[in-house]
Design a binder for this molecule. Structure first.
Ligand code: FE2
Length: 407
């Protein structure tokens, strides 16, 4: 048998959850590693039947860290064409017409009905754009999709509200079409003046759409407030706790898509890096509960219930303590089991690290005083902590732990 050894974690997909005519951005394998489908090959009804008869209901793929992508291509491509048409109409006419609204609504309806029609075990969402000047189209769809997943997970919105939140998410960057092209597609970081221009886009988007008759206030609020922050330091420095939830959801989805998209001046962050950065923005940029929902949703989707961080990763808690993840909690990824072994202490200008005599075992699901603040990503700090632990012969079992590739 011609099999391939995939030296990465394999992710299981149940064939029942795959819509016919879906294409995948990576090959599919049997449990033995036999290639069943090439990348981007369409999985037709006939092929599903053949695979099922020969190999049963489970197939596997092996995403690299940077890969994230299963969605029926026809759904995404249709959304993309429609989005181009909506945004280009607004650019040409300078108006957001009833027709633009209808077209936007169609995109959202299709995305929502596609998500409703499938179980989300192995769904991955976002597509890579071909060129940077297509960013706005892809970003609009991706933020709409991610927000749709969040709204579904939270179950706090009902009926038409769901559509309004997702529509607001989809149109959140509409105001960017007012930006000078030299800013919107600048292949470099924005300078201070350009940043000020950029900060007008929520207001511009709101202005474009506000006079449309019968528009749900949720759509308007979502557009206008999607760059406000937990620490009240957002675009308009509005008090975060007084704001509705929908723009707060969009802010997280927006950051995730922005981080995982390559920019001319930096590579794309991997999904797990992006999720770590989002966790590290809790209580600064984002609300903890919403991040927790996002992390639990995306962490599981991206890695089939394995967390985006691993046993042995170092974290900082809200108490200033340093700890090591001793057990990932797949049910609530913000609350793993930890071994707490040191604490940052400040004396005058100096911050030092005081190691405990013995590590303390903490279960964040039970300990109400400790919360996860930061997953340490800085390699030099990680190496320094590891060396110190080795020197102290503390938690050494975790330091030499290897992560199984194929489980
Ligand atoms: Fe925005």
């Amino acid at each position: 048998m011609n099999t391939e050894n995939i030296n990465r974690k394999k992710v299981e997909i149940d064939l029942d959850y795959i819509m016919p005519d879906t294409s995948f951005i990576y090959p599919l394998y049997s449990s033995e590693g036999e290639k069943l489908l090439n990348e981007r090959e369409v999985l037709t009804q006939g092929k599903i039947k053949t695979i099922r008869e020969k190999y049963g209901n489970k197939v596997y793929y092996a995403p690299t860290e940077k890969d994230i992508g299963v969605i029926p291509s026809y759904v995404y491509d249709k959304a993309l064409n429609q989005t181009k048409s909506v945004l280009n109409d607004v650019i040409i006419t300078n108006k957001f017409t009833r027709d633009s609204y209808k077209k936007s609504e169609q995109v959202i309806d299709e995305i929502l009905s596609d998500l409703n029609s499938r179980e989300l075990t192995a769904i991955n969402l976002l597509k890579n754009m071909k060129s940077f000047d297509e960013y706005l189209y892809f970003h609009s769809i991706n933020v709409g999709l991610l927000s749709a997943l969040m709204v579904k997970k939270r179950r706090t919105y009902k009926g038409n509200e769901i559509k309004s939140v997702v529509l607001g998410a989809y149109l959140s960057d509409l105001g960017k079409i007012k930006l000078d092209k030299s800013i919107l597609y600048k292949p470099d970081r924005l300078n201070e003046d350009e940043q000020l221009e950029m900060k007008l886009h929520p207001q511009e988007g709101y202005n474009i759409i506000k006079s449309l008759e019968g528009i749900d206030p949720i759509v308007l609020q979502t557009i206008l407030f999607h760059h406000e922050r937990f620490d009240d330091e957002g675009y308009y420095s509005l008090p975060y706790e007084t704001l509705p939830t929908s723009p707060k959801i969009v802010a997280i989805c927006d950051m995730y898509d922005a981080l995982t998209t390559p920019k001319p001046y930096r590579q794309a962050y991997s999904p797990s890096e992006a999720l770590k950065l989002i966790v590290n923005s809790v209580d600064k940029q984002f609300d903890r509960e919403l991040v927790s929902d996002f992390i639990n949703l995306m962490g599981a989707l991206l890695n089939n219930s394995q967390a985006f961080y691993r046993k042995g990763d170092f974290c900082i808690l809200n108490t200033g303590e340093i700890c090591l993840v001793s057990e990932v909690n797949a049910r609530d990824m913000m609350k793993p089991r930890m071994m707490v072994f040191a604490k940052f202490e400040e004396s005058g200008q100096k911050t030092s690290l005081r190691f405990y005599q013995h590590p303390i075992e903490v279960d964040l699901t039970k300990d109400m005083n400790r919360k996860l603040s930061t997953i340490i990503m800085h390699q030099k700090l990680i190496d320094a902590i590891r060396n110190k632990l080795k020197e102290k012969r503390m938690l050494v079992d975790y330091l030499y732990m290897t992560i199984p590739d194929w489980h």
